[in-house]
Design a protein around this ligand. Structure first.
Ligand code: ADP
Length: 452
């Protein structure tokens, strides 16, 4: 679960818990207050009833008048005044046993049975004990409690919904800088290692993280540059002695005095020197292309024209190759065939892939298809060659890697990594599908010009 969702959930749980506790407090105290209040009203009626019924005289008549004229009658209010020991009377009055026992024990008692409330006391008059009890229903109190329960419940649900959205917005905005940072870091590749993250002012954690990333990028860029410079320098340095060897061998071969055996040896040296020179050139290109494609000259290019150019080059290397071009899915809009890039590099990538298709299929038919898909120009190159063993496919873009079934064919293992580097610096990608002894389909995706 993302931290953003975790924070929302935590927010919701905490607020929900606090609200639940608060609601429980409110309900409890309201319940207490409501009941206490009603019992007090009943008890005042108990006192009044005792005065009126047990102490007859002028005063009791005045009490009776006040009660009849000014005291509100409670719902189902009933009075019961009886001698305390007349047990039969009490049973008839349907008093709860607990209430009666409490009354006898403490001289006063309160009791509640569902919505019915009982209050009573024992009064001694002229040596006789009387029990004065008043009972009534408390519909208002119950209704009030129910209403409060509903209000609290709705309030609780509403607050939770509100807190959920507030929490979501809060966590979204809290993590916005982190998301932006991740997006920016993700967009930094070997081809744009010079890009740096915008450092926000201040000294918070995000600023610290941004600085750390930028320092790391500085170190990475330096390491990359050192490696690239090393390869370019080494290639240059090695090329000079190789040129010297090559020309000396040629001179020696032109001498008439060279015997047959020496000539053979010189020919081997010449071939191997050529091979070494080729490897060095590829290495140099690989190092240059892998780092910063923007150093190269970029222009708008028609991919269909580049394909024809690449086919021409492959025909020079493999004159017997058969390449069929299928442009029937070609988009009508010329713009959808145009990409921004370096002509030489892209042509080199296409030539490498095409010549592999011809080489590893021993000049069987190779098909080249061009189409447009999701803002990309797709070049599909299919051959019917030896394919690549499934466990080895993941390695073929590594420099100098050659599949186990390709050993009988000439090659250095640089063509595909070079092509991948070139396609990457053009913001494109390569997709490969292959089956041993059936063939290989390689797709190049290059963004159309307006997307770059
Ligand atoms: P190489 O000079 O060996 O062809 P590449 O870098 O061009 O080097 O290719 C790397 C490896 O990928 C090859 O050695 C070969 O094993 C495999 N490969 C590339 N293209 C094909 C293809 N069309 N069919 C079969 N194998 C291929």
């Amino acid at each position: 679960m993302k931290i953003q969702s975790k924070i929302t959930l935590l927010f919701l749980t905490l607020t929900g818990g606090i609200l639940l506790l608060l609601n429980a407090f409110i309900l409890y105290f309201d319940y207490q207050f409501n009941y206490e209040d009603f019992f007090k009203r009943l008890e005042s009626r108990v006192n009044l009833a005792a005065q009126i019924n047990l102490y007859p005289g002028e005063q009791s008549r005045a009490y009776l008048e006040v009660r009849n004229n000014y005291l509100e009658r409670l719902e189902s209010e009933q009075e019961l005044i009886t001698k305390a020991d007349a047990k039969g009377q009490i049973d008839n009055a349907d008093l709860p046993r607990e209430f009666y026992q409490e009354l006898m024990k403490s001289n006063r008692a309160r009791f509640q049975l569902k919505n019915k409330f009982f209050a009573g006391k024992l009064v001694t008059v002229d040596g006789s004990r009387y029990m004065v009890v008043v009972t009534a229903l408390n519909p208002y109190g119950m209704r009030e409690l129910k209403k409060l329960q509903q209000i609290l419940l709705f309030g609780f649900a509403g607050s939770l919904i509100l807190v959920f959205f507030v929490g979501k917005a809060f966590s979204y905005y809290t993590f916005l800088p982190v998301r932006k940072l991740t997006e920016k870091v993700n967009s930094i590749k070997s081809t744009n290692l010079h890009t740096r993250l915008d450092e926000p002012g201040g000294k918070d954690e995000i600023a610290e993280l941004t600085q750390t990333f930028n320092h790391m990028l500085n170190r990475l860029a330096t390491a990359f540059e050192t490696q690239t410079n090393f390869i370019s320098n080494a290639s240059h340095e090695l090329r000079t002695p190789l040129t010297v060897i090559s020309s000396e061998v040629e001179l020696a071969l032109n001498r008439a005095t060279v015997d047959e055996e020496s000539r053979k040896a010189l020919n081997v040296i010449a071939a191997q020197t050529d091979k070494l020179t080729q490897i060095l050139s590829s290495l140099l290109l690989l190092a240059q292309s892998g780092y910063d494609g923007k150093k190269q000259q970029w222009q708008q290019l028609r991919i269909d024209e580049l394909i024809w150019q690449a086919i021409g080059q492959v025909k020079n290397i493999y004159p017997d190759s058969q390449i069929e071009v299928d442009f029937k899915d070609l988009p009508a809009d010329e713009q959808q065939l145009t990409s921004l890039g370096n002509e030489n590099l892209l042509c080199l990538a296409l030539t490498n892939i095409l010549s592999n298709a011809c080489k590893y299929s021993q000049n069987k038919l190779v098909q080249v298809k061009l189409s447009y898909q999701d803002q990309s120009i797709v070049t599909t190159i299919s051959d019917q060659g030896i394919g690549i063993p499934p466990t080895e496919v993941q390695h073929i873009f590594e420099p100098f890697y050659r599949a186990s079934n390709a050993q009988a064919y000439q090659g250095q293992g640089i063509g595909l990594p070079l092509a991948l580097n070139i396609i990457r610096i053009h913001n494109g990608s390569i997709n490969i599908q292959t089956a041993v002894n059936q063939g290989t389909v390689l797709q190049l995706f290059l963004p159309v010009v307006k997307d770059i």
